[in-house]
Design a protein around this ligand. Structure first.
Ligand SMILES: *Cc1c(COP(=O)(O)O)cnc(C)c1O
Length: 304
């Protein structure tokens, strides 16, 4: 049963649940002081998790590659995510799970000896682009003053907190009158933006970068829906020109879904309004949130 204390969100830390505003982690946690951490975000829409297994699988891959050893099983983590949502009673939720290198208990800096920590929380659904702004189409800027951190420094396929480049991109977008930014790599290839992947409908095909990005679950859903809808796709490296010359551009994230871009660097894309292909895919994306194949229903009454 939902509990009013938790109505704004519920967090799980060290085997306890907290109302979101009271949730605290130790200040010496290396997830905080070293960004030594991986995380994932899964959405709950109308009381159902969307692609929960895919998010948990990506999360597990991340912590394994960071050589972390959680003291909880994946099934236990999964149950905690359900409990966070259940307690909050939130029907459209943003559910984050975090695996941190955690705490040093031996007075050593040897990362093998840290106690890894699992945290989770559920809060109301987050839109990185609000639906009313999506109607107009986003002003997307291709950043010029910052590049995406090289993949041989930080592996972008492990969802991470190394947001220095992405945050600089956001500030550059604001300085140039844009809404958000997409970053290039050092060779001038389009990568991704703060928490989203990018697609361009260009010469009759849907382009998205094949490397240098987080393999977003929303990105994967779009690729699968495109196949079903008979829209050709191409995973490839491409430069800024493809975005600028595309008929349609959109960005994708668990926090907002399929979000139309209206302008690149201040210049209209296509008609400058959300494009047909974009809207078609967005419609199917939200319909998928109702389909058994993709979703897991939450029993809000049950308690651990
Ligand atoms: C989370 C994230 C995305 C989008 O991934 P989804 O699984 O679709 O939410 C894309 N890029 C970065 C850098 C991210 O952190």
């Amino acid at each position: 049963m939902a509990d009013d204390l938790f109505a704004d969100g519920c967090a799980f830390i060290d085997e306890e649940s907290f109302p979101i505003a009271e949730a605290r982690i130790p200040i010496i946690d290396t997830g905080f002081v070293r960004s030594d951490v991986t995380y994932d975000v899964v959405a709950v829409w109308d009381g159902k998790f969307f692609r929960l297994k895919d998010h948990l699988d990506r999360f597990e891959k991340g912590w394994n590659r960071l050589r972390m050893k959680p003291n909880l099983s994946k099934d236990e983590m999964r149950e905690i995510l359900f409990e966070c949502v259940r307690r909050s009673g939130i029907r459209n939720a943003y559910v984050e799970m975090i695996m941190s290198r955690g705490i040093d208990e031996h007075g050593s800096r040897d990362p093998r000896r840290f106690r890894n920590k699992f945290y989770a929380y559920a809060i109301p659904y987050v839109w990185i682009v609000k639906p009313e702004i999506q109607k107009l189409g986003i002003d997307l800027v291709i950043a010029e003053n910052v590049i995406r951190i090289p993949t041989n420094a930080v592996d972008p396929t492990i969802k991470n907190f190394h947001w220095g480049d992405l945050t600089r991109g956001i500030f550059e977008a604001y300085d140039r009158g844009g809404y958000t930014a997409v970053l290039l790599d050092s060779d001038g290839h389009i990568t991704e933006g703060p928490g989203f992947n990018v697609f361009a409908y260009y010469k009759g095909r849907l382009f998205t970068p094949n490397i240098g990005v987080l393999e977003g679950i929303t990105r994967r859903t779009v690729l699968e829906l495109a196949e079903k809808l008979g829209i050709p796709t191409k995973l490839t490296e491409f430069g800024a020109n493809v975005l600028k010359e595309a008929k349609e551009v959109f960005i994708t994230s668990t926090a907002g879904g399929v979000m139309p871009v209206g302008k690149i660097n201040g210049n209209p894309i296509g008609t400058g309004k959300p494009g047909e292909i974009t809207l078609l895919i967005r419609e199917h994306y939200w319909e998928a949130h109702n389909e058994d194949q993709w979703t897991t229903t939450i029993d809000y009454i049950k308690r651990l």
